[in-house]
Every structure is written in C-alpha cells, then in structure tokens.
Ligand binder design. Structure first.
Ligand code: RIB
Ligand code: CA
Length: 299
C-alpha cells in the first residue's frame, strides 16, 4: 500500500507547469493540498486564472492562493514568447469552476506548514522562488517543517535560457539565493536534467492515443511549444519537459541521477561554484519518465 505524498505546488502556469499540474492533480499517489501562484512566465492574474482553469480541466477542485506579483528586488520579465499571451500557448482550457481561495499564498503556506504534522508536506516549486523566499522571511520556523522541497531551476553545466542563468532562478535571483543557500532539504532539477527529458512526435501520439482529456490537453500544450518561431527556426523535433520533472521525481526518484554539487546563486541568478552543497539532478531515464508521465496523465 503506497502512502500518498501530500504537496503544495508553487507555480507560474505556463505550458510546462500545466502538464506537471495535470499529472500531479490526477495521480493516485499524490494529494495536492493547494496551488500557490507567482508571476513568472506571465503576470500573476493570468498564472492564477490558469491554475484554476487547469484544475477545472483535471476535474480535481484544488484551492489556488495567489502570491507574489513581482520578484523581490526587480521588475518581472514574463516569457510571452514561449508561453503565449494567455500563458497556455493558446490551448483551450475551460473557464475556472471557482475563483482563487485567497490572494495570500504565503500566509496560507505558513498556516499549512505550522498546522500539519512536521515533515508531512512537500513543496513542488515550478516557478521563480519569490513566494518561498517570502515565506522564509515571514515565518522562518515554517519552511523547515516541510518534508522536502523539489524545485525545477538552474543550469549547472548546461547553458542557461535567460542570460547566463535559467528562468526560475534568474527571474528572482535574490529569492533563489535565499532558498538555495539555506541548507534546506531541497532537490534542484536543473536544465542539465530537464533538457534530457524531451517530447517528440511519438510521445505526442502516445498521449493522444489515450483519449484522456489531461493527456490530450498535454499533447496540445506541447504542440504549442513547437509554434514558437525560435524553435521552428532551429528545426527542433522535440521540446524539453521542465516542470513535469518535479512531480515525476517525487514519485520516481530512481529515474533521476542525483549528484551533490557545491554551488551558489550569483547576482544574475546563475549557478556558479560555491560553498553550498546542493542535491542536483544531472541525468534522467527519459524513456521511463515518458512512460510514467503518459500513464499518469491517462489516470
Ligand atoms: O526554465 C524553465 C522554467 O521556466 C519552467 O518552470 C518554465 O515554466 C519557466 O517558468
Ligand atoms: Ca514554471
């Protein structure tokens, strides 16, 4: 009998966030207590509405608490070129069945972590770490009560995708440094791993063949990735699935190769050599992950 993993998803949906959320909400071994949203890929109003739309399509009513509208110390830099003006690549999602549960994501997280028994809630971080860093400042005693933090972010040996860094860390370097330098039970899943986990035509066909709404919507979302000119220009025949790696790692850690690297987040949000030992995923079993993702989306 597998015990369920309880988690809060912090997210900026976002095409790849949406696939991760569809997988996590419907998976029988996960209990998603809530989603907290942050501006990142697109503005906070859109990411919050999208989280609600995704939960509606999944048919899993899930509280959504909106959080930070901007990084700690700089202006937001949305990625409309990748995720589109609606943040979901123009893919049709239903109108939200409900509105946000609150606009106080961080007080919600504090309450959840302080109320639940210690070490029983995971944090799945799919976005810039602004909410998480704010939580550390607001209630330093709360975050250590989390069982673990799994965060998609960074680029260790790989080139970045936002200047020298990767989007989730570079969008809010101050927040990323606070979280990654705190010595928490944190596993970072950087571009070094996520760029190995790619979706091509065969995988899209597998998703569509399931006939399940979450899987078909995910295929539509991945197709939307291909619409981006910069990827067509490069003749990309596959797209990396960044954020789905987070819930997949939670359930299938054996499909990831984890190394300890001594790193720090610099002022640009790039990962450089430093004094902080961080568990980072540097390899994946991509075929097995695609099979697990397809199974999960077809639940
Ligand atoms: O670099 C990839 C990350 O940035 C993903 O979380 C994607 O959704 C964007 O937020
Ligand atoms: Ca994201």
């Amino acid at each position: 009998m597998t015990s369920k993993t309880t988690a809060i998803i912090d997210t900026d949906p976002g095409i790849d966030d949406a696939i991760a959320i569809l997988y996590a909400l419907r998976h029988p071994d996960l209990d998603i207590a809530a989603m907290t949203t942050v501006a990142g890929n697109i503005g906070l109003k859109v990411t919050t509405t999208n989280a609600l739309r995704i939960a509606t399509l999944a048919g899993v009513p899930t509280p959504v608490h909106s959080g930070a509208a901007a990084p700690l110390g700089r202006d937001p830099r949305p990625e409309i070129g990748i995720h589109g003006n609606d943040g979901l690549g123009g893919v049709t999602f239903p109108d939200p069945a409900t509105g946000p549960a609150s606009s106080y994501a961080v007080p919600y997280m504090v309450d959840a972590l302080m109320t639940a028994p210690e070490k029983t809630i995971d944090l799945f971080c799919l976005a810039p770490l602004t909410n998480i860093a704010t939580l550390m400042t607001m209630a330093p005693e709360a975050l250590p009560r989390a069982r673990r933090i799994i965060a998609m972010g960074g680029a260790v040996d790989e080139p970045g995708n936002m200047g020298r860094g990767e989007f989730n860390l570079a969008h809010d370097p101050e927040a990323a440094a606070m979280v990654l330098h705190a010595g928490l039970d944190l596993t970072l899943i950087p571009l070094d791993a996520t760029r190995q986990f790619r979706a091509g035509a065969d995988f899209l066909a597998d998703l569509r063949a399931t006939g399940k709404a979450a899987a078909v919507a995910s295929a539509d979302l991945i197709d939307a990735y291909f619409v981006q000119t910069e990827h067509q220009a490069r003749g990309s025949v596959s797209r990396p699935l960044h954020d789905p790696c987070v819930p997949l790692f939670a359930l299938h850690p054996d499909l990831f190769r984890i190394e300890t690297r001594h790193l720090e987040v610099d002022h640009d949000g790039a990962l450089i050599e430093g004094p902080h030992p961080i568990q980072v995923a540097m390899g994946v079993d991509a075929d097995a992950l695609r099979a697990r993702l397809c199974e999960g989306l077809a639940c």
